[in-house]
Write a protein that binds this ligand. Structure first.
Ligand code: WTA
Length: 629
């Protein structure tokens, strides 16, 4: 195992000092712990105005050699991936580093045999089975750029992502298990591929054995893999070559394909994984995210494997077969570090605590939270009942764009503070800005920004560098602007207060309201719509859609049902609004701009906080919305 960890406050403080005084020396010392075919010539070049960021320039590597090959010498039999299936009666799988290496190489050869090569984009639309992680690593092995699309997305969303990156290959499965449901992945993929001319091969893993249709470009995974041997030299990549694209929602327009590159991403995910979770050799670490999201990329696959950890991969859901599944799995596999999302905690907190207590959770040492602000109630429930007040909780703030955790405590090393993500990692320079972009000092509330690059910052938006500049570097020139607000206490601890743009985080999923409005507007009887978030007990936020019909309808319920289906088909079931309200108009300014601030207050039922509505073009609709809600 590779050790990059600060184990006490003193060494943490030293690291912080060093990173502040000489970031390049700091990061090059960390990067020296990895296997490079050629060492970098220059540590960092950047310009946030352009914007451009490059790390470890001239360095050559393959991330899979760091995640796999080098561990073969020291710990070939250590479990790399511990797979827990959806159905508890199916056996768990312990895949050693040696086995994982061999399976990745075989899949890499299978990809090559089917035409894949360095630089190609390969879309992966698969359930949470080991082959998903193997597929990701196999792409990296041959230098193909993977684009994993979460297996809950619709055919239209999948097609849009495949086409945006002109993927030449799709890796999918017949179906996927999730709780008591089976997702017909192949059917959805078939539907998507009708609109994807660039895909010339689709490799299908058999997981559920369900009936599927078969097309000329389809290849069975189990047949193709037969012909592939397990020797596959790693493609040598430049540090700044793209490793993957991962789509995230924006406040406007289509999803953004964030591009991460090989060298910096590897260094930062490994460094942050080990420090944040204080991983020790032999520990069993479990992150409950899906590999379809950045958390799964960085903290199920790359970060843990880069340091030689054992990473647990779970196919199922927290509620199946019962609401104690997480705790059952923790006890069964003696999990040491457990990393989940506030929405899961809030959902589980509603069930009798006996469901937690019936399992032996004494192996747990560290708990983690990610994806949205964790409210005090959920934090304390997690601390009391899961951690029994003896496990530090790391509340980790970061984003798809940041590649790795930026603000967090380090488990047991730095102080935690409930509902606060606490301090920036050594090497991360966070600041608070006022609306005019002036840095605030001391205890303040403001806009969170980062003023110096860290190695895993996304380098661009695939095919749209201008948008990358506009979204992240234009609002506050000279800073990276993540789109979140925060407050800071006297000790410098940050508490993230939420998005400051039109992205709503629902159950930890980042949803742009604009694409949902576009989907609603597709309905033949909808003229205009507006979607806002409102606070929700379990999901954190839920969506409230206001829709204006072209013609008043006799039966709103039917219209609402059609709209929900439309959103599910266009984006995916996760984007379905909880509430759809049919209205005759939307509150607008005299220049015709929808007053979202007012809609948010209306959706939250905060009628006394609407402010002055008399300057609106149509103040009467506010009354109507209140009456009909
Ligand atoms: C939010 C997930 C508060 C935030 C890794 C961010 C959080 C967005 C936290 C990114 C946290 C994530 N506390 N808010 N610990 N972690 N967020 O791209 O608004 O899916 O901008 O990445 O989630 O979501 P994404």
């Amino acid at each position: 195992m590779i050790d990059l960890t600060y184990r006490n406050l003193e060494s943490y403080n030293q690291a912080k000092e060093k990173a502040k005084n000489n970031p390049e020396a700091f990061w090059s010392e960390i990067a020296a712990n990895f296997h490079w075919h050629k060492k970098w010539d220059t540590v960092l070049e950047y310009n946030f105005h352009k914007p451009e960021v490059k790390w470890f320039i001239g360095g050559q590597l393959n991330i899979t050699e760091n995640c796999l090959d080098r561990h073969l010498e020291t710990q070939p039999d250590q479990t790399a991936i511990l797979f827990e299936p959806n159905n508890p009666s199916e056996a768990a799988q312990h895949i050693s580093y040696k086995d994982l290496h061999s399976r990745v190489c075989r899949v890499a050869n299978m990809l090559k045999a089917n035409g894949a090569k360095k630089g190609d984009r390969i879309c992966i639309y698969m359930p949470m089975v080991p082959e998903l992680a193997i597929a990701v690593l196999a792409c990296a092995r041959i230098g193909a750029i993977h684009s994993v699309v979460f297996a809950g997305f619709s055919a239209a969303a999948l097609a849009a992502r495949i086409n945006d990156a002109s993927c030449s290959m799709l890796l999918t499965a017949d179906g996927g298990y999730r709780g008591d449901k089976v997702t017909p992945l192949k059917d959805i993929a078939d539907e998507a591929l009708k609109k994807c001319p660039t895909v010339n091969c689709s490799i299908v893993l058999k997981r559920t054995g369900q009936a599927i249709s078969w097309n000329t470009k389809d290849v069975w995974w189990h047949e193709a893999i037969e012909k592939a041997d397990d020797h596959c030299p790693a493609e040598i990549m430049d540090s700044e070559d793209p490793l993957f694209i991962l789509y995230t929602s924006g406040s406007t327009g289509k999803p953004k394909g964030m591009v991460h590159t090989c060298g910096g991403y590897m260094v930062y995910t490994a460094y942050s994984f080990q420090n944040v979770f204080q991983y020790n050799k032999g520990d069993i670490y479990w992150c409950t995210a899906d590999i379809g999201w950045i958390t799964g990329h960085s903290y199920i696959v790359y970060g843990p494997l880069a340091v030689g950890a054992t990473t647990l991969m779970f196919e199922g859901v927290p509620s199946y077969p019962d609401f104690d599944r997480f705790w059952e799995v923790c006890a069964k596999h003696k999990v040491n570090q457990f990393y989940t999302a506030p929405t899961a905690i809030r959902a589980l907190e509603k069930h009798p605590v006996a469901l937690v207590n019936k399992h032996d959770l004494s192996s747990l040492k560290v708990l983690g939270s990610v994806g949205e602000p964790i409210n005090a109630e959920a934090w304390h429930w997690y601390d009391d009942h899961v951690g029994k007040n003896k496990c530090p909780i790391v509340d980790t703030w970061w984003q798809t764009e940041t590649g790795g955790i930026l603000i967090t405590s380090l488990a047991g090393v730095t102080p935690q503070k409930p509902t606060y993500a606490t301090l920036p990692m050594p090497g991360v320079q966070a600041v608070l800005l006022d609306n005019d972009g002036n840095e605030l000092s001391g205890e303040q509330e403001g806009i969170l920004a980062i003023k110096h690059p860290w190695p895993s910052i996304a380098r661009t938006i695939w095919g749209d560098h201008e948008r990358y500049k506009n979204v992240y570097f234009s609002a506050y020139p000279g800073y990276y602007f993540p789109g979140d607000g925060a407050l800071r206490d006297t000790e410098g601890n940050y508490r993230i207060t939420g998005r400051v743009d039109d992205v709503v985080i629902v159950s930890g999923h980042n949803l742009g309201t604009a694409p949902i409005e576009n989907a609603l507007d597709e309905h033949e009887n909808i003229v205009e719509s507006a979607v806002v978030g409102f606070p929700h007990d379990i999901k954190g936020n839920a969506l409230h859609a206001f829709v204006i019909p072209r013609e008043p309808v006799a039966d709103n319920e039917t219209l609402i049902a059609e709209l929900r289906t439309l959103v599910a088909n266009t984006i995916g079931p996760i984007a379905k609004p909880d509430r759809i309200q049919v209205v005759s108009g939307l509150p607008k300014t005299r220049s015709g701009k929808i007053m979202r601030r007012i809609l948010r207050k209306l959706a939250a039922g905060e009628y006394d906080q609407l402010g002055d509505v008399s300057t609106l073009l149509n103040p009467e609709v506010v009354e109507e919305i209140k009456r009909n809600s």
